[in-house]
Design a protein around this ligand. Structure first.
Ligand SMILES: Cc1ncc(C[n+]2csc(CCOP(=O)(O)OP(=O)(O)O)c2C)c(N)n1
Ligand SMILES: [Mg+2]
Length: 410
């Protein structure tokens, strides 16, 4: 009774800190195949519990089980495996290039490759993603040229964005990849607005919004949900819960809602959680949500439960805030290993073929890197012209900029 009436301020804390033993016993994982697959026109009120479960297809033995299985052929799965392996190799090379001073900045996808690679395969040409910096798999799985990605990272003379964007902030209208903005959560309002415009103009294209767990704390996220819900915007609302927002654990942004998917319930939006390290489950759920959008049934919120195995960015050192072995303890495994084992189980893949594919992919990535580097890197070789700095923003350049351009002598 001593402190009766005394208020206490509550700050959520992660279970474990550096030096401690990783513990994910608080992550409740449904058995693969156990979550039903409702019809796409289901009454959202009847599937509210799906916001608290996890849809999974691949079980511990690498078999595809349950109602969300069976959408992809062996060829499609082999292609998906190759995309994820390519993204991982690309990441490793570009991270190394950053350490060598060839670019100022890089962000890896380690452990999260299934999310963007599998999602891309649920979209149609003309659909538009509003991605964050951790969805380069959308480009790789859509056949965007890797050399062009590297040119952007190096801000060299062949960079299509002419050095005006931070490295890794790609842009490609043709590949349905809206220019990345570093201002997180803006992707949500823009995606919902784009989807509303698509519906207003009676088009057939849908949008996909992307956000990380931490960024859901931004008010843009909530405003976007209001508009998406009210106007039944044709949009898939993706939340990538990789457990961390730089050094802040997911419990801060999640607050008391239980799960990130549960955020959608208050807006009457069907909200699903899916195993983000299961290529088949990600693809199946993305397909379900995309089809709802395309059939005028409105938005779907999807939380991908995954783990950021790498550092937040090349500027980050996770050993300062989480145990070094935490990623090994992540209970949903590694997306590449899981799909590989599934394909071996199907009899269409083997350890030998996997090793061979790894070597081929590395050769391909190194060749692309050589080509990109022939156009310059951060401190060497070709650069965008200084004149480019002044172009592309105003239809008619204001006098002060014209003056500055003259002063620069370009
Ligand atoms: C509006 C805004 N606030 C803060 C930042 C700085 N910032 C960059 S990344 C990041 C963490 C984001 O975490 P999360 O949303 O979980 O995405 P993840 O990096 O884990 O994919 C922060 C705070 C920013 N870029 N934009
Ligand atoms: Mg995060």
């Amino acid at each position: 009774m001593a402190d009766a009436g005394m208020l206490r301020f509550h700050v959520p804390e992660p279970e474990v800190r550096p030096g401690g033993t990783p513990d994910f016993s608080n992550v409740t994982i449904a058995a693969a195949g156990s979550v039903p697959r409702p019809d796409i026109d289901v009454d959202p009120r009847t599937i509210r519990d799906m916001a608290f479960s996890i849809i999974r297809v691949l079980n511990r033995d690498g078999e595809a089980v349950g109602p969300w299985a069976g959408l992809l052929s062996s060829e499609e799965l082999l292609e998906g495996l190759r995309h994820m392996m390519t993204l991982r190799t690309f990441d490793a090379r570009m991270q190394m290039a950053q350490r060598q001073g060839k670019t100022s900045f890089y962000m890896q996808h380690l452990g999260e490759e299934a999310v963007s690679c599998a999602f891309r395969k649920a979209l149609e040409p003309g659909d538009m993603n509003f991605p964050t910096y951790r969805q380069a798999g959308l480009l790789i799985a859509d056949g965007y040229p890797m050399v062009t990605m590297m040119n952007q990272i190096y801000s060299n003379e062949a960079d299509p964005l002419k050095g005006r964007q931070l490295p890794i902030m790609y842009s490609s209208k043709e590949h349905g990849f809206f220019s990345i903005s570093g201002n997180l959560a803006t992707q949500y309002i823009q995606a919902v607005g784009w989807a509303m415009a698509s519906a207003i103009s009676n088009d057939s294209k849908i949008a996909a919004a992307w956000i990380g767990d931490g960024s859901t704390a931004e008010s843009d996220f909530h405003s976007a949900l209001v508009f998406a819900s009210t106007y039944k915007a044709p949009v898939v609302l993706n939340v990538v819960n990789n457990q961390w927002a730089i050094s802040t654990f997911q419990g801060i942004a999640r607050g008391g809602s239980g799960t990130f998917a549960a955020r959608g319930l208050g807006f009457g939006i069907p909200s699903l959680r899916v195993d983000g390290n299961d290529y088949l489950a990600v693809h199946a759920v993305a397909k379900w949500a995309a089809e709802r959008a395309r059939k005028n049934l409105g938005p779907t919120l999807v939380e991908y439960v995954t783990y950021r195995a790498g550092a937040h960015s090349s500027s980050d050192d996770p050993s300062a805030y989480r145990p070094k072995t935490e990623s090994d303890a992540w209970p949903l495994g590694d997306p590449i290993v899981r799909l590989k084992n599934h394909l071996i189980g199907l009899g269409v893949w083997s350890d030998e073929r996997h090793a061979q594919a790894e070597a081929e992919i590395l050769d391909m990535v190194i060749a692309a890197q050589k080509e990109a580097e022939s156009h310059g890197t951060l401190h060497a070789g070709g650069k965008p012209s200084t004149r480019d700095m002044f172009e592309g923003l105003y239809a008619e350049m204001p006098p002060h900029l014209r003056r500055q351009r003259q002063q620069a002598g370009v």
